[in-house]
Design a protein around this ligand. Structure first.
Ligand code: NAD
Length: 264
C-alpha cells in the first residue's frame, strides 16, 4: 500500500460486479488506504456487490438510482450522517437501450436519447452538486468516458453524444468548483469487457481492433484505469482539473497505422 489515499473518504458509484471499471478503481483506492462507500442500482445487484465490498474490508453499501432525485438525496444524506464530509467521488455509470447501440445512430428515438442523456450525463452533474456541498478542499470528482465522444465508433451511437456532453460538463463543473479547491476530471478508457460493454454491437471486434492498432498493441485492464484514477483522486493530481485523461494504450493518437507495421 502506498498510503496515498490514507485519511480520504469517498463514494464509488457504478459497481455491478468484479469486471466493473468501478471495481478496478475501488481496489486501487483501497490499496492506497482510502475508506469508501459504494452505491449500486437495484436489489438484484446487492448480493453481488456486498461480498466484493467486504473483500476489501468495507461495508457501507447504499442503493441509488441516479434517475431519481430522491434516491440521490438519500445517498448523500447517508454519507453526511456517517462521515459529515467526503474527499472524493467516482461516477462509473452509463446506460442506453442496447437496441440502439447497434446499427445506425440516425435511427435513435427521442425517448432513448433523453433517457441516455439523463442517466449517463446529467447524473454526473447531479452528483457533483450534492458531493461538492459536503466536500473538503482538495476534493476530487471523477467520471468515465470513451473515445466515441471524439470520433465515430461503430455502434456507439447515442452514447457517443452522451460522452461528448459528459466531457464538456467536466470542463464546466471544473470551473465552477475550482474556486473551492475541488477538482473534476474524466478518464477516457479503452474498451474493457464489462456488463455495460457487452450491450454494444460487435464489441469483441472493437476490442480486437484496438489491440491491433493502438501504440501499445494491446488493450488496457481495469487495474490500469484504477492506477490512473488513483493519480486523479489523490494529491498526485493536485494540479489537474477539467482534464480528460486517456487510458487507452494510446489509441486516440493514431490517425493511421503504417503499412510496414509488422503486425497487420
Ligand atoms: P458496468 O456495467 O460494470 O457499470 C455500469 C454501471 O452503471 C452499473 O453498475 C450499473 O448498475 C450502473 N447504472 C446504470 N444505470 C444506472 C442508474 N439509473 N442508476 C445508478 N446506476 C446505474 O460497466 P463499466 O464498463 O464498468 O461502465 C462504467 C463506466 O465506464 C460507464 O460510464 C461506461 O460508459 C464507461 N466506460 C466503459 C468502457 C468499457 O469499455 N467498458 C470504456 C470507456 C468508458
Amino acid at each position: 500500500s502506498t498510503g496515498l489515499m490514507k485519511g480520504k473518504r469517498g463514494l464509488v458509484m457504478g459497481l455491478a460486479n468484479d469486471k466493473s471499471i468501478a471495481w478496478g478503481i475501488a481496489k486501487a483506492c483501497a490499496d492506497a488506504g482510502a475508506e469508501m462507500a459504494f452505491s449500486y442500482q437495484g436489489e438484484a445487484l446487492k448480493k453481488r456487490v456486498e461480498p466484493l465490498v467486504a473483500s476489501i474490508g468495507m461495508s457501507e453499501i447504499i442503493e441509488c438510482d441516479v434517475g431519481s432525485e430522491e434516491s440521490m438525496d438519500a445517498v448523500f444524506a447517508r454519507l453526511k450522517e456517517i462521515w459529515g464530509s467526503i474527499d472524493f467521488l467516482v461516477h462509473a455509470i452509463g446506460f442506453s437501450d442496447k437496441n440502439e447501440l447497434r446499427g445506425r445512430y440516425v435511427e435513435t428515438s427521442r425517448q432513448n436519447f433523453l433517457m441516455s442523456m439523463d442517466i449517463s450525463v446529467y447524473s454526473f452533474t447531479a452528483v457533483c452538486q450534492r458531493a461538492a456541498a459536503m466536500m473538503n478542499p482538495g476534493g476530487s470528482l471523477l467520471t468515465l468516458t470513451y473515445y466515441g465522444a471524439e470520433k465515430v465508433m461503430p455502434h456507439y451511437n447515442v452514447m457517443g453524444l452522451c460522452k461528448a456532453a459528459l466531457e464538456c460538463s467536466v470542463k464546466y463543473i471544473a470551473e465552477d468548483l475550482g474556486k473551492d479547491g475541488i477538482r473534476v476530471n474524466a478518464i477516457s478508457a479503452g474498451p474493457i469487457k464489462t456488463l455495460a460493454a457487452s450491450g454494444i454491437g460487435d464489441f469483441r471486434y472493437i476490442m480486437r481492433w484496438n489491440e491491433l492498432n493502438s501504440p501499445l498493441r494491446r488493450n488496457v485492464t481495469q487495474e490500469e484505469v484504477g492506477k490512473a484514477a488513483l493519480y486523479l483522486l489523490s494529491d498526485l493530481g493536485s494540479g489537474t482539473t477539467g482534464e480528460c485523461l486517456h487510458v487507452d494504450a494510446g489509441y486516440h493518437v493514431v490517425g493511421m497505422k503504417a503499412i510496414d507495421a509488422p503486425d497487420i
